[in-house]
Design a binder for this molecule. Structure first.
Ligand code: SF4
Length: 224
């Protein structure tokens, strides 16, 4: 079966069998998305949500407010997650830059062509390719697929990305196999699938709904 056909089949099966995570359901404001994504780096979802909730209770989530907030108060809000001091500093520095360089709004950046927008976003502190892609996909509907650890692992096991591919190779491979209208679904479904079945250690290949289409399926459960 051609990889494109297999990819389409996998998407259809996952759409019919996989619940999409609630975590990302409505973070549309680009600055909020940016802040949440910075908080989420190396942090469990539950703690990310708690830290962001703490921050939202204390501050209006705008570059102006966070640029001028006392750093110790931002730190206190983020303390439930990892690396809270450095993240507080990153958020405040990014806020100042957005305020000074972009007049407090990411909207003009997000409306640039994708590559240009990615380049400008990744010049902000704490913003690597994945964070930039999350902001661009979720808040600007730009045609990109952020590759987090789950997307990377599942895409490679499913043979939808080169086995040794780095971030860009995985992103571009996935984007070539799916239509832009499906990029958000692909991102969310691969994460959900990675969490439920295609775990880093001991994937549940026997129960996996796409095991018939997976070149890495190991129904003997021998994955390490
Ligand atoms: S068959 Fe196994 S390795 Fe392949 S996607 Fe499913 S859980 Fe992952």
């Amino acid at each position: 079966m051609m990889t494109e056909t297999r990819a389409a089949t996998i998407l259809q099966i996952l759409l019919g069998t996989t619940a999409v995570p609630k975590l990302v359901k409505s973070k549309k404001d680009p600055f909020e998305t940016l802040v949440v994504t910075i908080i989420s780096q190396n942090t469990a979802d539950r703690n990310t949500a708690r830290a962001f909730e703490n921050l939202s209770k204390q501050f209006e989530i705008t570059p102006e407010v966070l640029a001028n907030a006392e750093i110790s108060r931002i730190e206190a809000c983020l303390r439930v997650g990892g690396l809270y001091k450095s993240k507080a500093k990153t958020i405040q520095t990014a806020s100042k830059i957005i305020l000074e360089k972009f007049h407090g709004s990411l909207a003009p950046v997000l409306s640039l062509p994708l590559d240009e927008a990615r380049k400008m976003l990744t010049e902000l502190p704490g913003v690597g390719p994945k964070t930039a892609d999350v902001v661009l996909l979720f808040s600007a509907n730009q045609p990109t697929i952020p590759v987090d650890t789950h997307v990377n692992r599942v895409a490679k096991r499913l043979g939808l990305a080169p086995a040794n591919g780095i971030y860009e190779a995985v992103r571009l491979s996935l984007q070539s196999l799916f239509q832009p209208k499906d990029y958000l679904a692909v991102h969310l479904l691969l994460i959900a699938h990675g969490r439920k079945y295609c775990k880093a250690r001991r994937p549940h290949c026997i129960e996996c709904p796409v095991n018939n289409y997976c070149p890495s399926n190991d129904l003997g459960g021998k994955h390490d």
